[in-house]
Design a protein around this ligand. Structure first.
Ligand SMILES: C[S@@+](CC[C@H](N)C(=O)[O-])C[C@H]1O[C@@H](n2cnc3c(N)ncnc32)[C@H](O)[C@@H]1O
Length: 308
């Protein structure tokens, strides 16, 4: 069982995600959003919004001024943290903020009202809960598509995005996890293979998910369903000690990654528990000694729907 909460993990992962986002993709997204915001209020839909990593980034860069933001997540505790973060951000930024019922926060910016709606629901269930129609200008899903079925997700999304709408999938895991220095090649390979297998065998709503190769699969499925590629770049998480020291949040983040790996392997029961214990003790010692480097390969994916 994991000995940390998803909230604490996501808060630690936030600074690592921030520095990993590919600047060119982000610049392109910003330019697109600034242009679209001039045409009218923006309507944004985020799947698996968690504690609000992407929402806060969009707010901090002044990219959301008026319109509506729908933050969907199955975990209501994380959405409560997201709402708290919006209040904290608004108070610091001097933006008027008020709660509108339990699940909506309204920001009054210089350009108008921005309503942030948090919805505790499964992503596919949410899309089934309203009439199909072109509602959204931007769809966001950060570190999310390994968890859901790509084909059904895109079929449902297709009829809910406006013509020309943007689809932004940053930090989409793409099949490589590395921990260095090596302990023993065979054991390291077994651990990572089984960790990725746990993602590949995961089911969501009874359906297969993108799993460990989500990045490349989403590029493929988006193309097949007729979306137009704008930019795809690497956004790897790299955590490495500098002169034996880690930066803010990195030690906790690394321990979480070991926790996810341990949890996945214990559930599968395919590895000798003695060998797993040996591997974990070695990796934990490397963290304590400031020697462990961790890399997860991700893609930042930006597409748009055809204009007509
Ligand atoms: C890896 S976290 C990423 C969170 C956030 N996007 C970020 O980058 O900080 C995945 C999030 O998706 C949510 N989630 C998982 N399956 C979901 C589903 N089927 N529908 C909606 N949310 C889901 C989880 O609760 C979690 O908050």
């Amino acid at each position: 069982m994991l000995d940390f909460t998803m909230r604490d993990y996501l808060e630690a992962a936030r600074s690592i995600t921030e520095r990993s986002l590919h600047p060119e993709v982000w610049t392109r997204l910003q330019a697109e959003l600034r242009w679209r915001a001039k045409q009218g209020p923006l309507s944004v839909f985020e799947a698996g919004a968690g504690t609000g990593t992407m929402l806060l980034r969009l707010l901090e860069h002044g990219l959301l001024q008026r319109g509506s933001y729908y933050a969907i997540d199955t975990d209501g505790d994380l959405l409560a943290v997201l709402r708290e973060h919006v209040f904290t951000w608004a108070n610091k930024a001097g933006v008027h903020v008020e709660a509108m019922g339990e699940e909506c926060v309204c920001l009054k910016t210089e350009q108008g009202d921005l309503r942030i709606n948090t919805v505790q629901k499964d992503f596919l269930g949410y899309m089934d809960s309203f009439e199909p129609g072109p509602h959204y200008d931007l769809f966001v899903a950060c570190s999310f598509f390994d968890l859901v079925n790509p084909i059904v997700s895109l079929e449902k999304l297709k009829v809910r995005m406006k013509a020309g709408a943007l689809l932004y999938l940053p930090i989409t895991f793409d099949g490589v996890t590395s921990l260095m220095p090596q302990l023993a090649a065979d054991l390291d390979d077994d651990v990572i293979r089984l960790y990725h297998k746990s993602m590949d065998t995961r089911r969501s709503n009874g359906m297969v998910t993108c799993g460990s190769r989500a990045g490349r699969l989403m590029v493929h499925h988006l193309t097949v369903c007729g979306a137009i590629p704008m930019m795809v770049r690497s956004s790897d998480w790299v955590v490495n000690p500098i002169a034996g020291k880690y930066r803010r949040d990195e030690i906790f983040f690394l321990k979480c990654m070991l926790g996810f790996i341990e949890d996945a392997l214990l559930k599968q029961k395919e590895i000798d528990p003695f060998q797993l214990d040996r591997w974990l003790r070695y990796r934990n010692r490397q963290i304590r000694e400031g020697k462990l480097t961790f890399i997860a390969h991700n893609l930042d994916i930006l597409f748009h729907r055809p204009q007509a």
